[in-house]
Design a protein around this ligand. Structure first.
Ligand code: PLP
Length: 470
């Protein structure tokens, strides 16, 4: 399998070549040249496999430059009951009326990002050892991504993590999760500023090509193809648990921000997994809901990006969305370049043509939006009807899932975080605080490793230099 860019560069690259990369050189995102097709016989062979085995089978269709025995070992080491809490790894929890939660958030940081990031940590360590190289991951986080990356990379050979976060602005639980890590290769930097200041520093450092090369700076953001690929697996795993035969269809509802999670569902559907609908749910930051309803994509500015009680979906543009649009315009790289490389830069957005808009339905997408009041009501109703406590992001997914339910088609709602991470809103909805899982109880009182710094690019660079030569 080879990979190409969404913006017209058709140079063929192997999986290992793009594993450690961010954007393609032409500014596009990487996608496989085609989606491998899975027929009913193949689905039948996969039904009943353990999660790690299923992961190996699916990844093997997209990765041909890692020896199978090595890839198998990496999958086995990643998807274990010890790390993800259950033998199923992503167990289903039935709610009422044909609605089912698929639990993706029982990994080390209690959010679905662990599903992909844990594999990425093992893939990075493997590939860097094979090349005899090192990588310094520089990132900015306002919560889930940073902690998922740190828990995946902690103690890994050849990798250091420098993670910037806005000083004093993450939830106390999120701060404790990151800052209590004592591993020597993890460096927390709290920047005196807001999230955008952190992101600007990451951009400035990455734009200094000489520095970037000298210190081997890389990223782990959600446009990384390996992260997306790892997420394809749990659509298959959810389907096999929810059905008895390959004639049955299911729908998935996905709380969405940067379009990474649901894009993996799009890939699974294109491979032939019998998915009827992909239900995209946004919060008040409804860039994507607007697109799927109107065919008009308008990037928001900072002043129009709301801070909500489902903060991991607070986005102004959806960084993975370009992958879907590339498929929507029938893989026309010049057209994708005109939309993402030009129209967004010049006009802040674009509208797809009527023909293209008509094609959206053939990809199974529908959408909806959810507000703070909807989250509170959904958390309350679910607790009362089923005795299941859900987090704020999952509540957005469930609210929109109800609007698109169809008789006879199970609707799997992806649970993207545990309620313990967003205790304040749970208290507001129910009047009591959610339980914190055993392994994380008391982390607020552990010793912390974190450097507080001014929002200054030079200071951050010197910090990286010091720790790379040491
Ligand atoms: C990151 C995240 C999302 C959004 O996922 P995307 O892949 O960006 O669409 C939703 N919920 C939670 C809890 C998250 O951490």
């Amino acid at each position: 399998m080879k990979y190409i860019s969404t913006r017209g560069d058709r140079t063929l690259r192997g999986f290992s070549d793009i594993l450690l990369e961010g954007l393609a050189p032409d500014g596009g995102l990487y996608l496989p040249t085609h989606y491998p097709q899975v027929d009913a016989a193949q689905l039948s062979r996969w039904r009943g496999l353990a999660y790690a085995e299923l992961a190996f089978e699916i990844l093997s269709l997209f990765i041909d430059d890692i020896p199978p025995a090595d890839l198998k070992r990496l999958c086995d080491a990643t998807y274990t009951e010890a790390v993800f809490g259950t033998r199923e790894i992503t167990p289903l929890k039935p709610l009422e009326d044909g609605l089912v939660l698929e639990a993706l958030s029982n990994g080390p940081t209690l959010a679905f990002k662990d599903m992909a990031m844990q594999l990425l940590g093992n893939l990075f360590e493997y590939e860097l050892a094979r090349r005899g190289e090192q990588l310094n991951i520089l990132g900015a986080t306002s919560g889930d991504t940073g902690s998922a990356a740190e828990y995946a990379m902690r103690g890994k050979q050849g990798v250091r993590v420098f993670m910037l976060s806005p000083h004093g602005r993450m939830s106390p639980f999120q701060q404790a999760q990151m800052f209590s890590l004592q591993d020597a290769n993890i460096h927390n930097i709290a920047i005196q500023g807001v999230f955008d200041d952190c992101q600007d520093i990451v951009k400035a450092v990455s734009n200094d090509l000489d520095f970037k090369r000298r210190y081997r700076i890389g990223t782990v953001n959600s446009i990384n193809w390996a992260r997306l690929l790892a997420q394809v697996v749990y659509y298959f795993a959810g389907y096999f648990q929810a059905t008895k035969s390959n004639e049955e269809l299911v729908s998935f509802a996905v709380p969405s921000g940067n379009f990474g999670n649901i894009c993996a569902g799009h890939v699974a559907r294109c491979m032939g997994l019998p998915i009827r609908r992909l239900v995209l749910a946004t919060n008040e930051n409804d860039v994507l809901d607007e697109f799927f309803r109107t065919g008009h994509y308008r990037v928001r500015g900072t002043a129009e990006t709301w801070e909500t009680s489902s903060p991991s979906m607070d986005i102004s543009k959806a960084s993975n969305f370009e992958r879907f649009v590339f498929d929507l315009v029938q893989r026309d790289g010049a057209r994708t370049q005109a939309l993402f490389g030009e129209a967004i830069a010049l006009r802040g957005g674009f509208s797809v043509s009527p023909d293209e808009q008509a094609r959206i339905a053939s990809f199974g997408f529908v959408s909806g939006k959810s507000t703070h009041a909807d989250r509170l009501a959904t958390i309350r109703a679910t607790w009362q009807a089923s005795g299941v406590l859900i987090d704020t992001h999952t509540a957005d997914g469930l609210k929109v899932a109800r609007e698109h339910r169809e008789p006879g088609v199970p609707m799997l709602v992806l649970e993207t975080a545990l309620p313990a991470k967003f205790a304040a809103t749970i208290e507001e909805a129910l009047g009591f605080a959610p339980e914190v899982p055993e392994a994380l109880r008391g982390i607020e009182s552990l010793p912390r490793r974190c450097e507080v710094m001014k929002a200054d690019v030079g200071a951050v660079k010197r910090h990286i230099e010091r720790h790379c030569t040491a």
